[in-house]
Design a protein around this ligand. Structure first.
Ligand code: BES
Ligand code: MN
Ligand code: ZN
Length: 498
């Protein structure tokens, strides 16, 4: 779908989208159309359950006195509460509604409204961004889908008085959407296609955008002493990789902010094998790495004025004759020895080496990791919030605020010495499970903490939010790319200034 911005006008054909506020108060564009169509709009509203709430949409077909094929009413909620995020949902809702029709061309009239804090150019840009985000579709393997079952919308004109401002604001948002789409593509790919080598190749494509990408193979990781990460990969015929990406958008002497992602391209559990039911979900156990890679794409795309490092630990966790066994002791790059009591608690083993490597080599000003780390975070928070764990209150606050601003919300959970103690064992420095189900997400985070030293650090457990089972707002069902928008926003608000 092509999105473009244009001045307000009356289209001669296709669909026209206009806004309606809660309580069915028409926007100026809707009012004018209502008059023009001899009250077709108000009559349609009266006979429907449309209430003008954000998320509502209603088609008025073949409206009288126009040559339009339809008018689409979209709910805008309470004007006093209309912000960037709501406007994105409005755009996503409009797109979703149109995508189920035969319309190939649509236009949306975004006009000046009293009581709305944002300017129309910004409203138009966010509407367009939401529409684009919702238009994502992973259909490359549907070879028999009929054309009439695919979305038909090819062109979407967003009409506003402030075309220049809208284009300017949209330019950066569009690059973030590129990053989101890249992540969604990676997360959606099945594990026979996407494994450590091919995921590393995908990351390498960012080289053309100015990202420096290094790929460490098994030999290099052995030399570095990454026994924890390598232990997880040793049961698979697919060799592990460590991807190191650098975006240098600021002065050389500026310390980077670093992002580290869990990239388990498939998690069978290993010898501590998972039950068969639902195991296919474990193709998206590389979601953290996918977000880090997509984030680098977004930042490079919009040429962010910041130095950023992205590290992705890529392994496949398989049972086999060469797989690691429960009870094995491995030595991590930090020198700490780990008793692997459950081979399904593999993400923390991968991150132990990836985090240590990252802080040791880059001395970042802050480090954030993302991982589909524990089922327990879903027990605690469901699919509404990702878990946040951190050794730094300010970083936590900034992350929570950025999450609110983009609709990717975080809930902070505690860390503490009592939890840390639960990881002690007789035979090694630390064990990878506690042996109790209590506080499963916290003890996992506590494990990671032993591999980060004093760097301001945050861990995002995204197991509950990396994949959506139903369509919502700007996120179609499937891989969500939760974290790309959030971390882009964190950087924009706190690391890019000056
Ligand atoms: N990748 C899983 C966590 C997960 C579960 C992600 C469900 C998404 C949905 C992780 O590697 C894992 O298996 N964790 C175990 C840890 C346990 C063995 C301590 C878990 O959560 O059961
Ligand atoms: Mn696992
Ligand atoms: Zn896993």
């Amino acid at each position: 779908m092509k999105i473009h911005f244009a001045p307000l006008s009356m289209p001669r054909s296709g669909a026209l989208v206009v806004g309606v506020f809660e309580g069915n108060k028409l926007t100026p564009a809707a009012q004018a159309l209502d008059k023009h169509t001899r009250t077709a709009i108000s009559r349609a509203i009266a006979s429907s359950r449309f209430r003008g709430k954000v998320g509502d949409a209603l088609s008025v077909l073949s409206p009288a006195a126009t040559s339009l094929s339809r008018i689409v009413l979209v709910g805008m909620g309470d004007p006093a509460k209309l912000d960037e995020l709501k406007m994105q949902t409005v755009g996503g809702t409009a797109y979703a509604h149109l995508s189920k029709t035969n319309e190939t061309a649509a236009a949306a009239a975004i006009d000046v409204i009293k009581g709305v804090a944002l300017g129309v150019g910004d409203l138009a840009a966010n509407f367009a961004y939401g529409a684009r985000l919702r238009s994502y579709r992973f259909d490359k393997y549907r070879t028999k889908e009929k054309k009439e079952d695919k979305p038909a919308l090819a062109s979407f004109a967003v009409m506003t008085r402030e075309v220049v401002r809208a284009r300017h604001v949209f330019a950066d948002l569009d690059k973030v959407a590129d990053g989101v789409f890249f992540t969604r593509d990676l997360v959606s790919e099945p594990a026979n296609v996407l494994y450590p080598e091919t995921l590393a190749e995908a990351a390498k494509t960012l080289t053309s955008m100015g990202v420096a990408v290094e790929v460490l193979d098994e030999k290099k990781m052995q030399k570095l002493g990454m026994g924890a990460l390598l232990g997880v990969g040793q049961g698979s015929v697919r060799p592990p990789r460590l991807v190191v990406m650098q975006w240098k958008g600021a002065a050389k002497n500026k310390k980077p902010i670093a992002f580290v992602g869990k990239g388990v391209t498939f998690d069978t559990g290993g010898i501590s094998i998972k039950p068969a039911g639902g195991m296919e979900d474990m193709k998206w156990d590389m979601g953290g790495a996918g977000v880090v890679i997509g984030l680098m794409k977004a930042l490079a795309g919009r040429k962010a004025a910041v130095n950023v490092v992205g590290v992705a630990g890529l392994v496949e966790n398989m049972p086999s004759g060469s797989a690691q066994r429960p009870g094995d002791v491995v030595t991590s790059m930090s020198g700490q020895t780990i008793e692997v009591l459950n081979t399904d608690a593999e993400g923390r083993l991968v991150l132990a080496d990836a985090l240590w490597y990252c802080q040791d080599r880059f001395k970042p000003q802050a480090m954030v990791d993302l991982a589909t780390l524990t089922g327990a975070i879903i027990v605690a928070l469901g699919h509404e919030y990702a878990g946040l764990f951190s050794n730094n209150d300010e970083l936590s606050k900034h992350l929570i605020e950025a999450g609110k601003a983009v609709g990717e919300e975080l809930w902070r959970l505690p860390l503490g010495e009592a939890y840390d103690k639960m990881l002690n064992t007789d035979i090694a420095d630390i064990k990878n499970i506690t042996g109790s189900r209590d506080a499963g997400s916290i003890t996992a985070a506590q494990f990671l903490k032993r591999f980060v030293n004093d760097v301001p650090w945050a861990h995002l457990d995204i197991a509950g939010v990396a994949w959506a089972k139903k369509d919502q707002g700007t996120v179609p069902k499937g891989g969500t790319a939760f974290g790309v928008r959030l971390l882009d926003r964190l950087i924009r608000d706190h690391y890019e200034k000056n």
